[in-house]
Design a protein around this ligand. Structure first.
Ligand code: GTP
Length: 385
């Protein structure tokens, strides 16, 4: 069964938005885990003497994690949805870069290696920031690092070696350039992938809509194929199929089955006197009266011309005779238009299923009963066994 269109565009949109927000929160969690990792490494670094013993790690990481908690709440409550950067990637990276710069100040011989931690922060921008923003972020990293170096030169020039400072800055610059270049490629690939997925989703929705229309058209077609266009009753072909099934069922289970053939009396005269359209109106009127009189389980069909057929799949013959008589009276008292004396009657022949009957033999008996009704003066029902 194809999916029903419970996926209206608004629901899909809401689902997409929810998924995107979840992704943002996941990225944010990744950032927090990264900070915890760096915090652990810093503590180890302090213990083994790679960092100054007075490194204010509680203050630095505490402040960073507090800032992340604020970011988390902003994303969680959808406040950032209205902003151009709902993931808050740039502010989060800025906080990370400031933390790393502060940590670098307390690093000793490890400074060269610690520069790599900047790239950890830059990784978060690869999937979320445009190349232009990545360049700006790289410039911010360079500015932070250069400012730190300059400040340290000013504070304690005796501890600094110009070639090392210059070397660190150059390595950082090269690494950032590489990041901007490769990151741009990765982002392009990611964007292409997203576009392809969006286009596939749109195609899928389109196909689902077409499929639904096709199913509706098929259902209509099936309905048209089994209905008589004038009266809306089942047509002869459909009746014949169902009749064969019901004969087989009666043969199997011995259940009751009665067949009535109904013919409108002097219908030719109606056409001749009142016109073909009036004739059509009478056929429709009969169908309506029959629908109202019979049960839904009774199989009513237009057999051809002004001849109709009803297959009763349960009930006793006397009850069915009573129903048919009600139908006869109902039609006789129906007014068709304003023409005085425009009355329509019917004759009907009823036959009951006997063991060994086929569709043909049962029809022949009902037909003989109808013949008797016509010759008995019309406007009557004749029932045979
Ligand atoms: N208006 C209309 N007439 C139809 C339709 N189908 C058949 N007829 C007409 O129904 C008439 C049937 O006439 P007959 O078979 O002679 O039967 P009758 O006049 O009803 O006479 P009895 O059955 O002997 O009472 C014919 O004139 C057909 O043209 C239809 O869909 N619309």
């Amino acid at each position: 069964m194809p999916r029903q269109p419970d996926q209206n565009p608004e629901a899909l949109q809401l689902g997409d938005n929810h998924q995107r927000r979840m992704l943002r929160l996941r990225r944010q969690r990744m950032a927090v885990y990264s900070y915890l990792l760096v915090w652990g490494a810093t503590l180890l670094g302090i213990r083994i003497g790679f960092f100054e013993p007075d490194t204010p790690h509680w203050l630095l990481f505490g402040a960073t994690l507090a800032a992340n908690l604020v970011f988390f709440l902003i994303i969680r409550h959808g406040i950032s949805e209205r902003w151009s950067d709902p993931s808050l990637t740039a502010p989060q990276m800025i906080v990370g870069i400031i933390l790393i710069t502060a940590l670098l100040h307390y690093s000793r011989e490890l400074r060269g290696a610690m520069i790599a931690v900047y790239f950890m922060a830059m990784t978060f921008g690869v999937f979320a920031l445009s190349r232009h923003r990545m360049i700006l972020m790289s410039a911010f990293v360079l500015l932070c690092f250069a400012s730190l170096e300059a400040w340290e030169w000013q504070q304690a020039p005796q501890t600094k070696i110009i070639s090392i400072s210059f070397g660190h800055l150059s390595i950082l610059l090269l690494g950032l350039l590489w990041f901007v270049y490769v990151g741009g490629h990765i982002r392009n690939l990611q964007q292409r992938n997203q576009q392809q997925r969006a286009s596939l989703r749109a195609q899928q929705r389109h196909l689902e809509a077409i499929n639904l229309k096709l199913q509706e058209a098929m259902a209509k077609l099936e309905e048209v194929a089994i209905r008589d266009p004038l009266t809306g009753l089942f047509n002869r072909r459909h009746f014949t199929e169902r009749f064969d099934e019901e004969i087989a069922r009666a043969e199997r289970s011995g259940s009751a089955l009665h067949l009535a053939l109904i013919d409108l009396d002097h219908f030719k005269q109606i056409n001749d006197r009142h016109g073909h359209q009036a004739g059509d109106m009478v056929l429709r009127g009969f169908a309506e009266t029959a629908r109202q009189t019979l049960r839904r389980s009774d199989l009513l069909a237009r057999y051809g011309g002004e001849e109709f057929v009803v297959l009763f799949t349960d009930g006793k013959a006397p009850d069915i005779e009573a129903v048919l008589d009600r139908l006869r009276q109902g039609l006789a008292t129906t007014r068709f238009g304003d023409t005085p004396g425009f009355q329509v009657t019917l004759s009907a022949g009823l036959a009951s299923y006997r063991r060994g009957d086929t569709a043909d033999t049962l029809t022949q008996r009902a037909d003989r009963a109808l013949y008797q009704a016509k010759h008995g003066g019309r406007n009557q029902l004749v029932a045979v066994d």
